[in-house]
Design a binder for this molecule. Structure first.
Ligand code: T4K
Length: 364
């Protein structure tokens, strides 16, 4: 039996490198609450992501909740159902109403031609997702946001280190959220960040991730706790040193998949987005009219100890917890893609021989 291949594998520094990095945590006995490692990582990420400000969080989901809460949004938020549970849950958990916009069939990001028809008096924001690291039509979203005075908060969980025409992926809209979960291109074990241009948000987000504390004797908001600790930040400092190398290795894997799977009737693979520098976060394949269905391919791969995943099925508006709340007829393209898509294993250390083996199973 071949060795198991999972959908991804965490990037990790050498053990010794991490031990070296955490030594001064022992010396200082400062474990969390915006410590030295945390502050250093924020600084380094500003440079790496090419953004003016970064605020670190214990995970990406709470970062998104904080952004929605701190910007004092109320009413309806236009968003996509073709995403991980987190995006929609954050909106709903913050008392907002998600209005689902369908996606386009080429890169599965929000179909911007539909946004305007979804805007009402109650609309306060747009929460698009750079799904799989496919960059949304940021120009059109910005135009609409300006026209209707809406906030834009990008879920950039998949878009770490990417650029559009030389500009960092976290430099669009009012705020962008990144996830640094173990399964992401760059990880801090668990973790996340908000990136933004407006200096006012520095204090605001710091306050909202720290119980609403605004001074030694002053609590100005009813907020929770979403701080990144020093061990997470230390992992981030180590991983950041190697992330370019990791992305380069991922690129080879993605290119091998493309070589093997392009030009096959019924198989749709990601196409290059003009002006986008990719991070090769995911390799989604849409089986539409192929000789096997997505579920048949998934099962066949499993028989060979290869564990692809149905990211993102079901759509978030189809979740049991939202049953009866949303009109599912509004997002037919997203529903179709969710029924046909499979994300294939992709990580820096996946060998090209394994990629060939995965493709052989798919094609056989
Ligand atoms: N927005 C979007 C669009 C997102 O995709 C996510 C997270 C968020 C927001 C929220 O960000 P965070 O709050 O998570 O920072 C995973 C991740 O838990 C989740 O972070 C991610 N998206 C989502 C797409 O996938 P699962 O339940 O599928 O993960 P799991 O545990 O099945 O792991 C998948 C594979 O990864 C395993 O088969 C092996 C590998 N793995 C996993 C872990 C936990 C490792 O190699 N090391 C590990 O430590 O959700």
């Amino acid at each position: 039996m071949n060795q198991k291949i999972l959908v991804t594998q965490s990037s990790m520094p050498h053990f010794d490198e991490y031990i070296e990095e955490i030594k001064d945590i022992w010396d200082s006995q400062w474990l969390t609450n915006m410590g030295t490692k945390h502050n250093e990582l924020e600084k380094q990420l500003c440079t790496y992501l090419q953004v003016p400000f970064v605020s670190l969080f214990s995970n990406g989901h709470l970062a998104l909740e904080v952004a929605l809460e701190a910007l004092e949004l109320e009413g309806e938020v236009i968003t996509t159902p073709f995403t991980f549970a987190s995006t929609t849950h954050a909106i709903v958990r913050k008392g907002l109403t998600p209005i689902f916009c369908d996606v386009n069939p080429t890169d599965y990001t929000m179909d911007v031609s539909l946004i305007e028809s979804l805007i009402t008096e109650k609309t306060c924001a747009i929460v698009p997702v750079h799904v799989y690291g496919h960059i949304c039509n940021v120009e059109e979203i910005e135009r609409l946001a300006k026209k209707y005075d809406l906030k834009v908060i990008y879920d950039a969980a998949h878009a770490f280190g990417m650029k559009l025409n030389g500009k960092g992926s976290g430099d669009f809209g009012d705020v962008s959220m990144f996830s640094f979960h173990a399964t992401k291109v760059f990880n801090t074990i668990e973790g996340g960040a908000l990136t933004f241009n407006d200096e006012q948000y520095v204090k605001l987000f710091q306050t909202f991730k720290n119980f609403g504390l605004t001074g030694p004797d002053e609590i100005s908001y009813v907020a929770g706790n979403a701080k990144m600790n020093e061990f997470q930040a230390a992992m981030g400092l180590c991983n950041l040193r190697h992330v370019d190398e990791e992305i380069a290795k991922r690129k080879l894997v993605a290119e091998r998949y493309k070589e093997q799977l392009s030009g096959i009737a019924g198989i749709q693979i990601p196409s290059r987005q003009e002006g986008v520098q990719s991070n090769y976060a995911y390799f989604p394949v849409v089986f539409d009219g192929y000789k096997y269905t997505r579920d048949e391919v998934l099962e066949r791969l499993k028989e060979h100890a290869i564990f692809a995943r149905k990211y993102f099925y079901p759509l978030t508006n189809e979740f049991t917890c939202y049953e009866g709340k949303f009109d599912l007829g509004n997002t037919p393209v997203a529903a179709h893609i969710a029924n046909c898509v499979l994300t294939l294993p992709l990580y820096a250390n996946l060998s090209l021989e394994d990629v060939d083996r995965i493709c052989r199973v798919i094609k056989s």
